[in-house]
Design a protein around this ligand. Structure first.
Ligand SMILES: [Zn+2]
Length: 409
């Protein structure tokens, strides 16, 4: 069984929206009270979910406004809290922080307490306990068993996320493999030669966002005009995130439908080799300004893409593997010779040894695909000190991994 999320835009009536705010507010309070209580009890006397749920019952009997909000949502908040602490104690996460108004406006129902019905081609409705039927914009079919339903608010309004559990499909996995490179000139390059590019609207919104951020800087702290300017920045940011997420979903689905094995470069090795000049996972510190907006935007979302791709491929019985990223951009996909000089420009690769020429990102994607199963093939046969020409980041290689005089060209 695997979990899948489906997220849609809600269209609540004004009175429903008022209830949403009330639910979110009280659940946040229950979460924060529970957090305080757990923090006081400390590591030695861990306070579990059951004990806190009993306290919740007392709280509800004392305060009408706590009672006014559906109990399951409050219990879900305590479960979230319990999980956050388990992750903390296991060393997987930092100490849980209080939820903030305007940032963590959300609440959740167990799936069995909600129901969904279609209204017409574009709209469906979800029934939420104590709230009633709420319309949402139905953009894709859901499947599986509904496990839980989360209502949340961001700068673009209220959304609903359904988490469903679905079975692995029992079809024979597709043996076809594909290599995927985070291109420099393009967003995603496949070893088949295809290019998948982020929508151009993203860069336009980025420009608007920077402009809006400058406006914020000019406004007086604490003023209403500054708050309004900040809200505009948040809206633009949320819109960017949505466009990127849509792109990731579409690209991942397309790949998962056609290939059983997707080969990606390993972020960790790349981050390691590039640590002195800022990592790919954390762009901004020393990564060149000129590296390109598209690239910066993509890097920020690469992890998201890898996650989405993984569940879409695994759901179909396939697998996603990662391989060391070293030298993939300067290795010839035709003859295997590694040479920084082959990287003619950001977009063009022309092998100085055999003359093979291709789009630089396609060439890298083919190398990535090939590295699956044959990890050392591509680093043989070069006398050059390798430099990642694509990003301007030096690869710091402690020991020379390139045995000389073994060119295979
Ligand atoms: Zn070559």
């Amino acid at each position: 069984m695997i979990a899948r999320g489906f997220r849609f835009k809600l269209e609540p009536l004004p009175e429903q929206e008022a209830l949403f705010r009330q639910f979110a507010g009280v659940c946040r309070l229950v979460y924060n009270l529970g957090l305080e209580q757990k923090a006081t009890w400390g590591r030695k006397h861990r306070l579990g979910y059951v004990a806190q749920a009993a306290d919740l019952t007392r709280l509800r009997s004392e305060f009408e406004w706590v009672r006014a909000v559906y109990v399951s949502c409050q219990q879900q908040a305590l479960r979230d809290l319990d999980r956050a602490f388990q992750n903390f104690f296991a060393g997987r996460a930092s100490f849980p922080r209080p939820r903030k108004r305007g940032v963590d406006d959300s609440f959740r129902f167990p799936g069995r307490e909600a129901a969904v019905k279609p209204m017409n081609a574009k709209w469906s409705a979800v029934r939420l306990p104590k709230i009633g039927w709420v319309k949402f914009r139905d953009t894709r079919p859901m499947r599986g068993v509904l496990k839980n339903v989360t209502v949340s608010n961001d700068a673009l309004g209220w959304h609903i996320a359904f988490t469903c559990e679905i079975d692995h499909e029992a079809t024979a996995p597709n043996p076809e493999a594909v290599g995927i490179d985070r291109g420099v000139a393009t967003t995603l390059a496949l070893s088949t030669g295809e290019m998948l590019t982020l929508p151009a609207s993203l860069e336009r919104i980025e420009a608007q966002k920077r402009q809006a951020q400058r406006v914020v800087a000019r406004r007086k702290r604490g003023s209403n005009r500054r708050r309004r300017a900040q809200a505009r920045v948040a809206r633009l940011q949320a819109r960017q995130a949505r466009i990127r997420r849509d792109f990731h979903h579409r690209a991942a689905l397309d790949i998962a439908k056609r290939f059983g094995v997707a080969v990606l470069e390993d972020l960790k090795t790349r981050g390691m080799t590039a640590s002195a000049k800022g990592t790919v996972a954390e762009p901004g510190r020393n990564v060149r300004q000129k590296a390109g907006l598209n690239r910066v935007i993509l890097n920020a979302g690469w992890h998201q893409f890898a996650t989405i791709l993984t569940y879409k491929v695994e759901e179909r019985g396939g697998q996603v593997v990662s391989v060391p990223a070293r030298f993939t951009s300067q290795t010839c996909a035709a003859c295997g010779v590694v040479d920084a000089r082959s990287r003619e420009s950001q977009a063009v690769f022309t092998c100085i040894s055999c003359g093979h020429s291709d789009h630089a990102d396609t060439n890298a994607a083919i190398n990535i695909k090939r590295r699956w199963n044959t990890p050392l093939l591509d680093v043989e046969g070069s006398h050059q000190r390798p430099v990642e020409a694509s990003t301007g980041r030096d690869l710091t290689v402690s020991e020379n991994p390139l045995p000389s005089g073994r060119g295979r060209c």
